[in-house]
Ligand binder design. Structure first.
Ligand code: MSP
Length: 511
């Protein structure tokens, strides 16, 4: 039976267009999903759009549209962007789907029935943009939101509250018992630090008189579900674990070979750590459901030294970069440049450095190796010993595996690129052009070319999770029916295969 892996991205607000920040999370998740599929896992990879709440309602008003029209347009836009960036998601969820509404209703009703929800009133400050309440002492200068800097509004209103504080101890115990539950460690420490203060209760509703664009609470239709509660539940909806008609666990919930819940990995940005590592697990505890197995919080892309923002006009559009450099180059840059978990700065100079690496190391190796097979052996991989780089391959695979196990994807990619560098060195040392001139060394040349053919197959497998498009093209040129699994590639007997020369994998770019 194959192992099941369920991984998720945040669902993106349907109020703004995708930029490299959203693209980074989604490409990271896609690459991890592809590594899992290569291992033979049965994968459910979820992404989607977060479509309720005040932010969406206001953006729709601003554009003179109905909220659902805005959401339809934005969901299409995200989906199209992800398809262009070769994101192989299995499910794209929209929180306006009927199925999701049913699961949210069942979930909050369950919290209510279990006595974890009570009615109270809230007086204080509210940030529309962040959709959250603040107390006077939280506020920045001039009554502004401490998170986004926008002006806040003073409000007093009836709210329904979730007894989040009741689960504080259980949550701390869970985090302490599972050292890898939140990665990287700085983020885990951040959550543990936050939990040193008493955890307040969580307002889970907004009055419909103020906000109509949401899912009404089943036990009080004058209130809609707080958008973050609505949004977090998407992970459960997409797992199919809750049957909205039953209002309870779907049949097979407890059977690990049939159920997708709990999720194996929530991939998020560090900005939404509290909602995922505090709100979400306590809500699940309240509902009596298992917690996700792991949370990976990555860092923040800035542009040069500045935060990316619409008002500064410095938002980097991944699709524009793709027009010039191709999908795989965008993916490679984002995943290779940012140490998983830390922040990184986008600059055009660094983008070019990473593009050059693709072109001059991997692309160049593929080009020269295939050209030599064409030139010296008429395009057929000769019957030689293909094992000339097997020890280097073994070391690389170990390094890749260790890096992936530590959620350090950038290191796994560095190891793959180093293998290509090593192979370029191998070509220099073996000097196949000299071997070709000397008829007594025909056997040596066969070994060199067979070794390179195998090595290129390994590289197409290793690069596939990040560069799916160029890896598939390389596999095709090597005469393989598809990108091989890593295991198949390292055992590969390439003899007799017909290779095909083509344009460089990463052409010189005219800027
Ligand atoms: N809708 C919520 C998430 C709900 S999940 C149940 C939300 N949406 S968002 O559109 O603002 O996207 C936030 C996510 O986008 C971040 O967590 C991060 O993954 C990604 N990024 C947005 N800007 C980013 C950067 N500048 N850098 C890196 N990632 C960033 O929050």
């Amino acid at each position: 039976m194959s192992n099941r892996t369920y991984l998720t991205t945040p669902i993106y607000y349907a109020s703004g267009a995708p930029h490299i920040g959203h693209a980074y999370t989604t490409i990271l998740a896609d690459a991890l999903a592809r590594f899992s599929r290569q291992r033979g896992d049965d994968v459910l990879f979820l992404t989607g759009t977060d479509e309720h709440g005040q932010k969406i309602q206001e953006e729709a008003e601003r554009r003179g549209m109905q909220p659902i029209e805005l959401c339809d347009a934005m969901a299409d836009r995200f989906r199209a962007a992800w398809e262009q960036l070769e994101i192989g998601f299995d499910r794209f969820i929209r929180t306006t789907e009927a199925e999701h509404r049913g699961v949210v209703e069942a979930f909050v009703q369950r919290l209510y029935d279990r006595g974890h929800i009570y009615e109270g009133s809230y007086a204080g400050w509210y940030c529309v943009h962040e959709e959250r309440y603040w107390t006077q002492k939280d506020l920045g200068e001039g009554q502004t939101c401490p998170d986004c800097g926008r002006p806040v509004q003073e409000i007093e209103e009836k709210n329904w509250f979730f007894r989040m504080g009741a689960f504080q101890e259980a949550l701390v115990a869970h985090i302490e018992a599972h050292p890898d539950w939140i990665r990287p460690e700085v983020r885990r420490n951040e959550v543990l630090g936050f939990l040193q203060q008493p955890l307040g209760d969580l307002s889970i509703s907004r009055p419909r008189s103020r906000l109509h664009w949401g899912i009404p609470l089943p036990f009080d239709p004058d209130h809609v579900t707080y958008v973050w509660v609505d949004a977090l539940i998407n992970y459960l909806t997409a797992s199919g674990a809750i049957d909205p008609a039953l209002g309870a666990e779907a049949p097979g919930f407890d059977d690990p070979s049939a159920s997708w819940w709990p999720a194996d990995l929530h991939i998020i940005g560090k900005d939404i750590l509290t909602t995922h590592a505090v709100y979400w697990p306590t809500l699940l505890m309240g509902a009596g459901l298992p917690l996700p197995r792991r949370i990976l919080a990555h860092g923040w892309w800035v542009v040069g030294e500045t935060k990316m923002s619409k008002s500064l006009g410095n938002v980097i559009d991944p699709l524009e970069l793709r027009e010039t450099f191709g999908t795989d180059a965008v993916r490679w840059y984002l995943l290779r440049e940012m140490p998983t978990g830390s922040d990184a700065s986008y600059t055009p100079e660094r983008f070019l450095v990473r593009y050059d690496e693709l072109a001059k190391v991997w692309g160049n190796l593929a080009q020269r190796a295939i050209s030599m097979i064409v030139r010296y052996r008429e395009g057929t991989v000769p019957d030689g010993d293909a094992g000339g780089l097997d020890p280097e391959i073994a070391l690389t695979l170990d390094a890749v595996e260790a890096a992936l196990a530590a959620d350090r994807l950038h290191e796994a990619l560095a190891a793959a690129m180093d293998l290509a560098r090593t192979a370029n060195g191998y070509v220099e040392t073996r000097e196949p052009w000299a071997q070709a001139k000397d008829p007594t060394r025909a056997g040596d040349l066969d070994d060199t070319l067979a070794t390179l053919a195998r090595l290129l197959g390994v590289l197409s497998a290793l690069f596939e999770p990040v560069c799916p498009e160029r890896s598939a093209e390389l596999a095709r040129r090597l005469g393989l029916p598809a990108v091989p699994t890593i295991e198949a590639a390292r055992m590969d007997a390439p003899t007799g295969r017909t290779v095909e020369k083509g344009d460089p994998l990463f052409p010189r770019v005219e800027l």
